[in-house]
Ligand binder design. Structure first.
Ligand SMILES: [Fe+2]
Ligand SMILES: [Fe+2]
Length: 320
């Protein structure tokens, strides 16, 4: 068994790529050939899990895995090949249809009656749905805002100050009991779930892994800082209305006060974050580096693309 200090257990493999990466970390087998990534489904379980495991070494690592492997050159070569396959697919499948202003404006169009996951949960969510949703989201929310922190040294001026102001809130504004990752753990407790970091990695569907990988990919590469900012803007702009629906869902199902609070807190906070991210982070970055506009737009559309896949997979389970 692992304690928090050791990090979570390594997950079960989901194919040759993830099997090779996991075996390498355990010291029991060989890494895959980086060239093998080219034949893999870029959004599939195997590639996404292999990439997720590589990235996790930059967060908390895994029980029994030497911390030095975070910077292991052969592993980094495999990671680079997985990233390239994923990024090329996103550039192809989630290319922005128009300029940044149009892409951002589209995010704000809230349907009178939508059909996404938060709508389903608001109207028909039972505790089992809310649990299944929290299990998936725990892959991100138990490290909420961590992937976005990578971008701070890559920004300056207004973009940096705005980003840091939002991150300060995400990290609890000086209070450990208000760190958003902690608030999510409290939500999980209300739902009767295990709050241990990484506990539900084996349950994570490929689209959820892809969503977290997208953040890590954009955060860890300075050249993709525009895409990270676009991703972050998409999250903050769409969060407030979705959080309102999810708060209602938690309330309706009687999930508990902490479960409700996680989302009511985000209704308030993200309405403010939306303004800061638009004006200071996106506005500040564009003022300094106007050529970033296309990548900011790509960060928005790539996020929407992966979120949509996640929604489809959850709803297929619940409605099928
Ligand atoms: Fe948050
Ligand atoms: Fe936020």
């Amino acid at each position: 068994m692992s304690d928090e200090h050791d990090g979570p257990e390594l997950p079960m493999e989901r194919g040759a790529l993830s099997a090779g990466v996991i075996a390498h970390l355990r010291g029991t087998g060989a890494l895959p050939d980086p060239g093998d990534a080219q034949d893999a489904d870029p959004y599939g379980d195997d590639l996404q899990l292999a990439l997720y495991v590589c990235y996790e070494l930059h967060y908390r690592g895994f029980a029994g895995v030497r911390p030095e492997l975070e910077w292991d050159p052969p592993l980094l070569a495999v990671r680079a090949a997985l990233e390239q396959r994923f990024l090329e697919a996103l550039r192809r499948d989630a290319a922005p249809a128009g300029p940044l202003d149009d892409v951002l404006a589209e995010l704000q169009v809230e349907p009178v009656h939508g059909s996404g996951v938060s709508w389903f949960l608001q109207e028909r969510g039972e505790l089992r749905h809310l649990r299944a949703y929290a299990v998936q989201r725990s892959l991100y929310h138990l490290k909420e805002a961590d992937p976005h922190a990578w971008v701070l040294p890559r920004l300056s001026g207004r973009a940096k100050a705005g980003m840091a102001a939002i991150e300060y809130d995400e990290f609890g504004a000086g209070r450990a009991d208000r760190v958003h990752a902690r608030l999510f753990a409290d939500l999980m407790s209300d739902l009767g779930l295990d709050t241990a970091y990484g506990r539900y990695l084996d349950e994570g569907c490929a689209a959820m892994l892809a969503l977290v990988n997208l953040m890590s990919l954009f955060g860890l590469h300075r050249r993709l800082r525009g895409a990270l900012v676009g991703h972050f803007a998409a999250v903050e702009i769409t969060s407030s209305p979705a959080s309102r629906r999810l708060a209602r869902a938690m309330q309706r199902a009687g999930a508990g006060p902490a479960a409700e609070f996680f989302y009511t807190e985000h209704v308030e906070a993200d309405a403010v974050h939306e303004q800061v991210v638009r004006r200071e982070v996106v506005g500040g970055l564009l003022e300094q580096e106007p050529e970033m506009a296309a990548d900011i737009a790509f960060g928005v559309t790539a996020t929407a693309f992966v979120e949509e896949r996640l929604g489809e997979c959850l709803l297929a389970d619940w409605q099928g």
